[in-house]
Design a protein around this ligand. Structure first.
Ligand code: ADP
Ligand code: MG
Length: 242
């Protein structure tokens, strides 16, 4: 699947332009949402309740698309410093558990001994969050999602493993294409954001999938040179079937 992942350089250019108007679009949307809420609560409009809820949902969806688009537009890894990936994951754990418990699912942590590496904390949180949410969404009711960390060949490996039904070859081919989603409420930007974060960390993302579930792996090399940090075209999305 090498080369399947859309070149994010070009995407970034588009995203930068979108970022400019993204902020401006949000303010009027907030106003509209507020009035919809007020109107929707009126007794005489009760027969239209469903429509008001739908309009608010759709506004929220538009808003999350803007949020994800804005995070795509950011170029540099912010506050990049040597830190412990496990600490970031542990801090995020309660939030992930809350997400998981909505569907009677659990999050297991299996965090190994790893050295500190250069990470942008906010971006890594976003990366883990996006991968975990996708995993949870793939699982239906119940099941466990595992977040693993460890070392392999001078790299820190982060693995997010779900017990979902896997990803079909047809879907795999389109992964990372902005706005590609198989979900009713999806934005199709989660993985594009992840890939962008991974590339900025000079890491690599790969997927193992089968009917036992899916694992997203991210490999962070111990030694990286961020002195001329920009997007290189060398970081494609690698896929390994199980
Ligand atoms: P969204 O979650 O909004 O649909 P993403 O970019 O996060 O957008 O994911 C794109 C698509 O990739 C999803 O709609 C889904 O079909 C597929 N996908 C991503 N992660 C998984 C996973 N862990 N298991 C199964 N399918 C997945
Ligand atoms: Mg997603």
């Amino acid at each position: 699947l090498e080369g399947e992942f859309a070149r994010l350089d070009r995407l970034n250019l588009v995203a930068q332009m979108a970022a400019g108007i993204g902020h401006e679009i949000r303010n009027p949307m907030t106003t509209v949402r507020g009035f919809l809420q007020i109107l929707g609560a009126k007794g005489e409009l009760a027969p239209h309740r469903e429509h008001f809820d739908l309009m608010i949902d759709e506004l929220d969806r538009a808003n999350s698309i803007i949020t994800e688009f804005l995070s795509l537009a950011k170029h540099k890894v912010d506050d990049l410093k040597r830190q412990d990936l496990n600490a970031i994951i542990r801090a995020l754990h309660p939030l992930l558990e809350a997400d998981a418990s909505l569907g009677q699912k659990t999050i297991r942590l299996d965090l190994g001994e790893i050295p500190e590496i250069y990470l942008g904390e906010k971006e890594i949180r976003q990366l883990v969050l996006n991968l975990v949410r996708n995993g949870l969404e793939a699982m239906g009711e119940g099941g466990a999602l595992t977040i693993r960390s460890g070392c392999e060949d001078e790299e820190v490996v982060l693995a997010v493993h779900d017990q979902g039904s896997g990803i079909s070859p047809a879907v795999l081919k389109k992964l990372g294409t902005p706005f590609f989603t198989t979900k009713e409420q999806g934005t199709g930007l989660g993985l594009a954001v992840c890939q962008n974060i991974v590339v900025r960390h000079q890491a690599q993302m790969s997927i193992e999938t089968g009917n036992q579930g899916t694992t997203f792996l991210v490999r962070f090399p111990f030694h990286v040179d961020f002195s001329h940090s920009s997007l290189s075209g060398e970081n494609d999305f690698h896929y390994t079937g199980l």
